[in-house]
Design a protein around this ligand. Structure first.
Ligand SMILES: NC(=O)c1ccc[n+]([C@@H]2O[C@H](COP(=O)([O-])OP(=O)(O)OC[C@H]3O[C@@H](n4cnc5c(N)ncnc54)[C@H](OP(=O)(O)O)[C@@H]3O)[C@@H](O)[C@H]2O)c1
Length: 89
């Protein structure tokens, strides 16, 4: 999206930009002249989504919904296997 001219982004996630990877990514965006705002919230919460939308600088031209929910944890627990999604690959 940046390669195609996107210069303003709002990221919504439950944890916000707490990980080192997330902070590095935001620093990289800033370094190339991209404005990014991180909103801590849940996409399933109307109030959180409204907060993200109301924080927008201008008309929102696109939305990407990326969360993935895995519904396999109960089966994995029964089999004494890890429930960490990153261990599934
Ligand atoms: N990884 C792959 O190889 C791959 C391949 C093909 C397709 N995909 C698809 O790409 C998408 C992202 O995959 P990924 O591997 O990047 O997953 P990921 O690392 O778990 O990223 C998901 C993102 O969504 C956020 N999120 C999850 N639930 C949320 C909620 N309720 N409200 C707000 N934010 C939420 C997470 O942050 P928080 O947990 O902080 O909320 C995280 O930033 C998925 O739809 C997946 O099916 C992934």
């Amino acid at each position: 999206m940046v390669g195609r001219g996107g210069r303003k982004f709002i990221f919504l996630s439950r944890s916000g930009a707490v990980s080192q990877e997330a902070r590095q990514f935001l620093a990289w965006l800033e370094g190339i002249g991209v404005q990014a705002t991180v909103v801590k919230g849940d996409v399933a919460s109307k109030q959180d989504v409204e907060r993200a939308v109301n924080g927008s600088w201008s008309t929102i031209k696109g939305v990407i919904q990326a969360p993935l929910e895995l519904n396999v944890s109960i089966d994995l627990r029964e089999k004494n296997l890890s429930t960490n999604p990153h261990d599934l690959v």
